[in-house]
Design a protein around this ligand. Sequence first.
Ligand code: G3P
Length: 284
Amino acid sequence: MAHLCFSSKIFLDGGVPEETAEAKKLLGFLDGQTTNPTLIAKNLSSRISSSSHLTQKSALDEYKKIVRQMSKIIPKGSVSIQVFADQKTKAREMIKQARERRIWIPNSSIKIPCVAEGLKAGEILCKEMPLNFTLVFSQSQAAAVYEATKGTKYPVFVSPFVGRLDDRGEKGMDVIANIVKMYKSSDKHIEILTASVRNLDHLYCALQLKSDIITIPFKVFKEWASLGFKKPDKDYLYHKPELKDIPYRPDIQLGQPWQSYDLHHDLTDKGVTSFWTDWQGLFK
Ligand code: G3P
């Protein structure tokens, strides 16, 4: 197969290195991999017959082994490793975890939740390592990430979760379009990473919007492979009348201190809690 070329970088979203290898083989390359505590916990509980034998330390070691395998498969790609945080986790704890995870592999990008303590941590960490701000659901959160990380020389990703907005009847892809539009006048230090992709329409729309990166779960990846990694037609229309539009907010502009943007989103809170409980669930 001739080397395929896309306007976006293509990542795999998952917790299984065998899938990383398979996806790379199918496509011929892979620009990166994202992981999260839920996906890693799923892998561990399926592999380890009695996960009750896992300790916090052994489970973390397993996470390290998994990302090391992924890193070997895509040594030139980016591999996102997430910090563990609940609603009460302070910035200093996220910084500690980020510094530990950063040296697990040379090509790590550390995933931090888009909450106030996460941005406090990110403001410091962006001077030391690549970052990926996760659980982003709004234009306002993306503006805060931009301002908190200004001046960094490392890559910074902002990861809006489109599928989780769709799940509750809102058009998640609008958030991508809105952030693309808001970042038009930016210094371009942030890459928009479309996450929580559930279907090929998300993928086609993200390609059409020129999202810098798209992370694709293995199931959707295989479906895309079965269609020969088709690109959207020029006149492709993302038509989802059943989903409520999320309008662009012209009042949210870059250029303010990050603390002045509204960081709250109930799906961010929910997501922080579920990543935490899915990981802690390994030890019950
Ligand atoms: O990378 C984040 C992504 O895995 C979340 O996807 O399907 O849990 O909303 P989902």
